[in-house]
Each structure stands twice: as C-alpha cells, then as structure tokens.
Design a protein around this ligand. Structure first.
Ligand code: PLP
Length: 456
C-alpha cells in the first residue's frame, strides 16, 4: 500500500463537520429528491463532490488577502499576481477572470466562428460548452487507451498525434482557430500528459499555424507526475517543468480553483498582442477592468501566493500520495476503480460493484445515494445521469457508469479516507441489497444538477 505521507502542514483553523444519524440522512436524501446536489452542505460529513474551489488556503494566502488593493485600476494586487504569472507561465499577457469558464468564454468569443473545429486531448465540459455555444465543434483526440478503464499506463492523458495530424488535414487548418490540451485530463479521470506528448502536439499545431492553448487547471499535479514518471525529469523542480510546459504553448486558460489553491478565480493568458487587445475588450464587457477581471484585489493576492503554494514539492508529493493511499484503501475494500488513479479524484466503477442492477436502474446514481446513506459521504454520479442521452424515453448509455470521489486540497486527513474506505467496505458487503433508481424529473439542460429520483 502506498505510504501515507504526513501532511506537510499542521492545522490552525478548524471547520466542524458532523455526521447526522441514519434517519436524518434518509430524510435529507428524500428532501433532496435523491440527488446529492440537493443536499445542504451542513448535512454532509465528508464532501467529495468536487476539488474545485473547495480546498484550504494557507496562512500565507490569508495574510496576503489583508494586503489586497481594491483599486479599480492598476491595483498593487494585480502587479503582485503579474510577477508570479510571468515567473511560472511566462506568457506575454494575461487577464484575471472569475473562473476558468469565463476565460474559455472569452477565448471562444474572440477566436471562434460558427462551424469551426477545436481539437484537444479531451475537452472539459465547460470548455466543450463554450465552444458549442459559439457554434463550434469540439473534438477529442486522446489516445485510445484513455477509454480502457483497467489499462495502466503512465500518461493516459496523451494526445493521439497521428490522429491529430490526419484530422487537421481532413478539416483543414484554416477551419481550426486554435488547438488545446487539458492537463491533467479531468474528463478522462485526472490522467497526466507527458512532456514528450506536449512537445509533439506543439510541433504539430505550430507546423499548421494553429495557436496552442493549454487548459492549465491541474498543471502543477501534471508537472509532478512528469517528475515522477518521465525519464529525464526526476531532478527538475515542478516550477522548472511547468516553465518547460508553457514554453510550448501560445497561451492558456485556467480555473485557479484547482492548482491555484484558491476558492475563486481564473485567468486567460496569451503571447499574441493583437489577440490580447480583443481579449481585453471582451473582458471589460463581461468580467471587469483588465487589472481585476471580476475578482476582488484580495482574491488576486490569494492567487499570487496560491500559485506558488501549489508548486511546492512537499505539497505535491503529499497530494498525489494521499490520492493513491485513498484509492488503495478503497480498492482493498473490494471496490472496482478506474486505473490508474489520477491526481485529484478516484473513480468508482458502479456497474462493476452492482451487477444485479441493469443500466436502466442507474447503478451510478444508486451508489452515489448509498455513499450518503451509509456514511454521509457526498460524491457525484458520472454515468448515465451526467452523460447519457434520453431519446424518446429510451436511454442511450455512456460507456462507463462511474461515481467520482474528488479530493479537496489540504482539507481531509488520513483518518477521513480510512473512514471513506470503511463505509465503502460496508456498501460492498451489502451490494446485493442496494436498490436501483429511476429518474422522476429532469430539466432540459445539465440534467445532473437538478434531476430528481426515486427507488425502483
Ligand atoms: C474546473 C475546470 C474548468 C472550468 O473551470 P471553472 O472554474 O469551474 O469555471 C475547465 N477545465 C478543467 C480541466 C477543469 O477542471
């Protein structure tokens, strides 16, 4: 079993959590229409719904917030962030945004025309949504192995570069306003991308004059995977690896709620002067003046410190070891997982655990409900409800029926994950008794947030 690396911090501020009793949990579930998005956070004991903006900030970040400069234009906070941005990412220009999706929206607004194509290893759903919203066509060209849940390879987020070249030739480079890579590949289980692959993708994009943007949400975790797994990088620091990554690109979008170690924020960066002018105009229209971009000055200061926190080697070693430890305990409890474990989340194979349920009986939803029922644990279904299509009352099922345990940064300890594994062990022992679910209400769009369910 991977060693649990002790947390490289001690606890100075605590937030109480409580496990309400089983009868109260049943009541809360019923009131939420058996959708864990409908639960009140105070009724959740261990909240593994997302790692986005749910982590703990450091004392350095909290102290930096007190120095936030709330000037509308030219705030000191912006210049402190700018210095860090230049040091890590090295792009010529950047604008802060309130979240990652705001950066994606601006990028799509200024670069994309209806009918054009945008390739990536795998687009995250907000990126995909922003491309579709402008009439574009998002295309995923990750290597085929990413779709094999049990195959263990070091860099399961890598792009299929042969497929990329053939696809660009087919669509025509003039119809591709920009190309992307998501590091780590969130939609594919938080799997890392190798530097060798990033280099090859960059060369292909450049050879066709296609601007290359990195979706950098978990770039620090990706850099540490490179250090651990890619030949030649063992002696480099995560910062050096990050610089090498971003030198290959023309720009980046980022949700700072991930490896920026903050509760809110993001950015869009570019080396292109002309593009930056248009980005700035769009930002002023939608987010705010370019030196604050929809954030408070204190948020910019928290991010300036958080970006450095997120690249600390002891932090990253602990972060990846914690995820690996939790996965191992859960695997030992008899739960089938998607392999290998990525950086920020563990994916449970609900269909594998509950073979007595048909796909119509929504095993992912049933497991997400059981996790709360048995132990007050909140985790999100990533199966039929999140990705399936409902055509004339008939489900078109996605390939996998998963439940995601996402791990907030610097928030839970070893004993919390031991507890999660114990609860999963109890569910495993009772697996034959877990009841299937049916959907009783669904909105038109983004079904999983507000759908309602009942037991079949
Ligand atoms: C979270 C995320 C986004 C979107 O960021 P928000 O801050 O939630 O808008 C985009 N891409 C990836 C890979 C993400 O994980």
């Amino acid at each position: 079993m991977p060693k649990y690396l002790p947390e490289p911090f001690r606890i100075k501020v605590v937030e109480p959590i409580q496990l309400i009793n089983q009868a109260e949990r049943e009541k809360a579930l019923k009131a939420a229409g058996y959708n864990v998005f409908g639960l009140r956070a105070q009724d959740v004991y261990i909240d593994l719904m997302t790692d986005s903006g749910t982590g703990a900030m450091s004392q350095a970040q909290w102290s930096a917030m007190m120095s936030g400069d709330e000037s509308y234009a030219g705030a000191r906070s912006f210049y402190r962030l700018k210095e860090v941005m230049e040091d890590i990412f090295g792009f010529k220009h950047f604008v802060p945004t309130h979240q990652g999706r705001a950066a994606e929206n601006i990028l799509a607004a200024v670069l994309l025309k209806a009918g054009q194509f945008v390739p990536s290893n795998m687009h995250f759903d907000t990126t995909e949504g922003n491309i579709l919203a402008r009439g574009g066509v998002p295309t995923n060209l990750v290597k085929q192995v990413a779709y094999e849940p049990q195959t263990v390879v070091d860099f399961k987020g890598d792009m299929d570069t042969d497929a990329l070249k053939a696809w660009i030739e087919e669509k025509g480079p003039a119809n591709i306003p920009f190309g992307m890579m998501t590091i780590t590949n969130n939609a594919g289980g938080g799997q890392p991308v190798s530097l060798a692959n990033l280099r090859a993708v960059s060369e292909i994009y450049r050879s066709y004059n296609i601007p290359f943007f990195i979706d950098a949400c978990r770039y620090a975790e990706n850099a540490y995977f490179i250090k651990l797994r890619e030949p030649g990088y063992a002696d480099k620091t995560p910062l050096e690896i990050a610089r090498e990554i971003f030198a290959l690109a023309d720009g980046a979008t980022m949700s700072a709620k991930k490896d920026g170690m903050v509760n809110i924020g993001g950015f869009l960066a570019t080396n292109d002067d002309k593009l930056f002018e248009r980005v700035r105009a769009e930002l002023i229209l939608r987010e705010g003046f370019p030196t604050y971009g929809g954030l408070a000055g204190r948020d910019l200061d928290a991010l300036a410190v958080g970006l450095r926190d997120g690249l600390q080697e002891d932090y990253l070693a602990y972060r990846l070891a914690q995820t690996a430890y939790a996965a191992d305990r859960i695997r030992q409890a008899g739960m089938p997982l998607i392999e290998p474990t990525g950086g920020h989340a563990i994916y449970l194979d609900a269909a594998g655990l509950l073979p007595h349920l048909s796909r119509e009986q929504l095993p992912g939803q049933a497991l997400s409900v059981a996790l709360y029922q048995y132990g007050g644990i909140r985790a999100v279904e990533m199966g039929t409800i999140a990705f399936g299509q409902l055509v004339d009352g008939q489900w078109k099922f996605p390939p996998l029926e998963l439940v995601r345990l996402a791990i907030p940064r610097r928030t839970y300890t070893q004993s919390h994950f031991d507890y999660v594994a114990e609860v999963i062990g109890e569910i495993k022992a009772d697996a034959g008794k877990i009841r299937g679910m049916k959907m009783t209400y669904a909105p038109e769009l983004l079904r999983h947030f507000t759908a309602q369910f009942e037991y079949v």
